[in-house]
Design a protein around this ligand. Structure first.
Ligand code: DX5
Ligand code: ZN
Length: 234
């Protein structure tokens, strides 16, 4: 199976952080080795759960810009529609904004909007959503995000069929990035942990969202180090 040419990125999902200490929790996972902060936005409409909006992102971005400069906030919109929130989160300091293609009327326009506002962007694929959505928009995609659980909640079990889909995404990306300097990342979200991260990497992913598997442990640094060792050994 093909591996990603890009260095692995661990992106803890703040959904499982202690919300009363969000800033400290983000700094703790960054100090423990995380490269991105994954920011899950739920609207109780596209998914049956409700989290946080642009003001929380802006507060976090402001704090991290001083305390841990250069750490991207990766916003995952589980919301419908998306365009107004893309504007809000771009303004709030998001580095990347991904959304589900079923949640916008005009996928190409929403991708272009995020890009025009200076963010990286991409599409998120639910377990039953086909990668066909990529076909005509790959030129506007920085991230292909494969959901390995149904979106809406942290702490669910990894759906094993996702591995085949990751491999399919890898083939698509390898065809596009060959002989170019484009970086298209394959991000996997849901049920990722030290015990399965090697298989996910071997299938072709390079960006790993993990919420409960990191924030649910006492020692973030040793958990992230264990994940990295598993990737290196794969
Ligand atoms: C699920 C979210 C995920 C979630 C991951 O809808 O998009 O980012 O927080 O949580 P874990 O790693 O616990 O499955
Ligand atoms: Zn997510």
């Amino acid at each position: 199976m093909a591996r990603s040419p890009f260095a692995p990125i661990i992106a803890p999902s703040i959904l499982s952080a202690d919300m009363t200490r969000l800033g400290e929790e983000c700094e703790a996972v960054i100090d423990a080795g995380a490269e991105w902060i994954h920011f899950d936005v739920m609207d109780n409409h596209y998914v049956p759960n409700l989290t946080f909006g642009p003001p929380v992102c802006a507060a976090l971005a402001k704090r991290l810009a001083t305390s841990r400069p250069g750490i991207p906030i990766d916003v995952h919109l589980m919301c419908e529609p998306v365009d107004e929130l893309i504007r809000g989160f771009a303004e709030a300091g998001a580095a990347s904004i991904t959304f589900h293609p079923e949640a916008t009327r005009h996928v190409d326009r929403s991708l272009a909007l995020a890009r025009d506002l200076g963010c990286k962007t991409g599409l998120v694929f639910n377990p039953a959503t086909s990668l066909e959505w990529l076909k005509y928009v790959l030129d506007k995609i920085d991230i292909i995000q494969i959901m390995s659980v149904n979106p809406g909640f942290g702490g669910q079990s990894f759906i094993n069929e996702s591995l085949g889909k990751i491999a399919e995404a890898r083939d698509i990306v390898d065809m596009v990035v060959a002989d170019t300097d484009r970086e298209i990342r394959i991000e996997v979200d849901g049920g990722v942990k030290a015990a399965n991260i090697a298989d996910i990497y071997a299938a072709g992913a390079d960006t790993f969202v993990a919420g409960s598997a990191i924030f649910g442990t006492d020692d973030y640094a040793s958990t992230i180090a264990e994940m990295r060792r598993a990737i290196e050994a794969a």
